[in-house]
Design a protein around this ligand. Structure first.
Ligand code: CA
Length: 230
């Protein structure tokens, strides 16, 4: 297949940010890295663009005119759209809500942020979302099939976000092995930062909530991290 001139090699990223200088900077860095970029400055237009353009990832500011970034994500998830979402936030106290079950955000950066760091996060997120086919993992009532990106508990299918899927897949890949939060961040999220360890806790809580009766399969090892065992 020859390269199509107007199709960016790495896919289209939707950026919804009402502060023009920030949006311009994010556009510059993403396009420099080979991504196509579509920018909207208003929440309602952002949601419409997410539905129309089917981007490979979305970067959503939280405080937006028209519709708040979290509402865009909520509506995408309600439509069954699990496109990876990174939020831009000015407030640390929003993180639990952003990454929480109800919203299903995958990651966040806190303003002011480095555009280079944001691009790294986008790439890490896409690596995870793409995944590579691998062996089926079964532990107790849980079966995870990387090729089909499916998880079942006693045969009943679960709906996990790409991040939740990769986190569970990583834990199930080596049952009984205890992973520190930093290890999980590096392996699952593709970056290491002490500040990000809360991200791991929030996502573990979400996976447990979705596992329901099988939640105890992910065990907290106090002062260390997490392990999956029977
Ligand atoms: Ca804003």
């Amino acid at each position: 297949m020859g390269a199509v001139h107007d199709t960016p090699a790495k896919g289209l990223v939707l950026v919804v940010e009402d502060e023009h200088p920030i949006a311009d900077l994010v556009r510059l860095y993403l396009s420099r890295d080979g991504f196509g970029v579509h920018v909207e400055h208003d929440g309602s237009a952002g949601l419409a663009a997410a539905r129309r353009l089917r981007p490979v990832a979305c970067i959503l500011d939280i405080a937006l005119p028209g519709m708040d970034g979290t509402e865009i994500c909520r509506r995408m998830r309600a439509d069954g759209d699990w496109t990876p979402v990174i939020f831009l936030t000015a407030r640390d106290d929003e993180i639990d809500r952003i990454l929480g079950l109800e919203l299903g955000g995958d990651d966040y950066v806190t303003k002011p942020f480095s555009p280079r760091e944001l691009v790294t996060r986008v790439k890490a997120l896409l690596r995870r979302a793409g995944g590579t086919p691998d062996r089926v993992r079964t532990l107790g009532p849980v079966t995870l099939d990387p090729a089909k990106r499916s998880v079942t508990v006693d045969g009943a299918a679960l709906s996990l976000t790409p991040t939740e899927f990769d986190l569970l897949g990583h834990l199930l890949g080596r049952p009984g092995r205890v992973f520190t939060r930093e290890e999980l961040l590096a392996s699952v999220w593709g970056y290491a930062s002490a500040a990000g360890t809360r991200t791991v806790d929030v996502h573990v809580a979400q996976v447990r909530a979705k596992l329901g009766t099988a939640a105890a399969l992910i065990r907290t090892v106090r002062g260390v991290g997490y392990t999956a065992d029977d």
